[in-house]
Design a protein around this ligand. Structure first.
Ligand code: S3P
Length: 451
């Protein structure tokens, strides 16, 4: 599935108005955490609306290797029977997380304070991504992580026999690092403390509180502090996963740039640690409305309405980067259809995602006739106004789902069709993307490689 050698091109062509309602799959971050926290509780957790993309299914498979029982009851409906914190069984095989940085980093955190050994790996992209950022804090709990070449996967984690709690100030704005530390702290004595200078998505904190962990969140002079009581007894839960705002970003953006469009996207997670993209779109002049705001499964949720809009370039402040970290590729596409320049600064973390997203977007936009300026930690896009982007290129996705979907959205509004070399990564986070977009009126199709 996550082989980067099987190429399946896809093409998107200028489309008439996008109209209607679309149901986005479940949130990827919450879905990964559902399997992990379900496995760490004693008894039966029931989840509905779970994202069944390749990334999350890998986390489910890893939890089974570690001793949990999982059963699919229907579409997005799962039962997870857990074994309690510290109750992991030593896996008899390597744990392969495919393309998923979230799955592997969170699972390594959870395993690091269990008295077992486990080997973690992933596909070619994941094996090139930095893991030192979690090896450092997990070592503070007493775990040993033996990796390849400066801490790359495959990595063997030798879980601490007698873990100690850690106090860690995260040097990177990363919810994966924070979550790995908190999951490790569940099976250590005393209190684990984590300080993040910039708040990142807080699904782990919300879910740990719902599962009955002793977790406190506050502000200190150094930043946002999370403190967690160890030897936690997590209680199984029944909940539904809200729909993923990072996936909703694609049809929402496509409606903004395709003339005459108006779409409705119900049940989207609008947790404030995830909504920086929507705030940026509104600053650009987007007609974006949030209706029926409510709380579901412990998360704020709303129905979104997005209409074709005339947009202006903006500067996105670095302080907002964490709350829209996965949305910069699609923002770069929206910016191509705005009047003036959009500057995204303080975004170096994008270079460590499924691919170097600053470079992948810069090269693809240039090939579609957009002028860009790229530095080590910024990207500026010179917009051509509504309908102004030329298109007419084949863009390389480097097996990155968000790069693939971004260029497909661009193709719907550009003057000439846009092709991507490979759409197979899309299923890691958004199975059914092309059908969902076609249902709104998008002219998008998979092409046989021979064409
Ligand atoms: C995620 C955190 C972010 C994000 C990823 C999901 C999570 O990664 O990019 O898609 O679920 O914790 P970082 O922690 O590396 O910023």
């Amino acid at each position: 599935m996550s082989s980067i050698t099987e190429h399946l091109p896809m093409e998107a062509r200028k489309s008439g108005p996008l109209r209607g309602e679309c149901r986005i799959p479940g949130d990827k971050s919450i879905s990964h955490r559902s399997f992990i926290l379900g496995a760490l509780s004693v008894g039966e957790t029931r989840v509905s609306g779970l994202l069944e993309g390749d990334d999350v299914m890998r986390t489910g498979a890893a939890m089974r290797e570690l001793g949990a029982e999982t059963e699919r009851l229907g579409e997005g409906e799962w039962r997870i029977h857990g074994f309690g914190t510290g109750g992991f069984a030593e896996p008899s095989n390597v744990l392969d997380f495919g393309n998923s940085g979230t799955g592997v980093r969170l699972a390594m955190g959870a395993v690091s304070t269990a008295p077992i050994k486990a080997v973690f790996t992933g596909d070619e992209s994941l094996r090139s991504r930095p893991m030192q950022r979690i090896i450092a804090p997990l070592s503070e709990f007493g775990a040993t992580c033996i990796g390849r070449n400066g801490g790359l996967l495959p990595i063997m984690v030798v879980g601490a026999e007698s873990p100690v709690p850690a106090s860690y100030v995260s040097p990177v704005a990363s919810a994966q690092v924070k979550s790995a530390v908190l999951l490790a702290g569940l099976n250590a004595p005393g209190r684990t403390r984590l300080i993040e200078r910039v708040p990142t998505r807080d699904h782990t904190e919300r879910m740990l509180a719902a599962f009955g962990a002793d977790i406190e969140v506050g502000e200190t002079g150094d930043g946002h502090e999370i403190s967690l009581g160890g030897y936690a007894e997590l209680k199984p839960q029944a909940f539904s996963v809200p729909r993923d705002p990072s996936s909703a970003a694609f049809p929402v953006a496509a409606a903004l740039i395709c003339e005459g469009s108006e779409i409705r996207v119900p049940g989207i997670c609008v947790n404030p640690t995830r909504t920086g993209f929507f705030a940026t779109l509104q600053e650009m002049g987007a007609s974006l409305e949030f209706e029926n705001e409510r709380i579901e499964g412990g998360e704020p949720v709303a129905d979104l309405r997005s209409k074709f809009s005339s947009l202006s370039g903006v500067e996105v402040p670095p302080s907002r980067a964490a709350s829209m970290i996965d949305e910069f590729p699609i923002l770069a596409v929206v910016a191509s259809f705005a009047e003036g320049t959009t500057r995204m600064i303080g975004i170096k973390e994008l270079r460590y995602k499924e691919t170097d997203r600053i470079s992948a977007m810069a090269r693809g936009l240039e090939s579609c006739g957009i002028e860009i300026e790229e530095t080590e930690d910024s990207l500026a896009v010179q917009g051509k106004g509504a309908g102004g982007a030329f298109g007419g290129a084949t863009c390389r996705t480097h097996f990155d789902h968000r790069i693939a979907m971004s260029f497909m959205c661009m193709g719907l509004a550009a003057q000439n069709p846009i092709r991507i070399d490979d759409c197979s990564a899309i299923s890691t986070s958004f199975p059914g993307f092309a059908d969902l977009m076609a249902g709104l009126g998008a002219d998008i199709s998979v092409e046989p490689e021979s064409r």
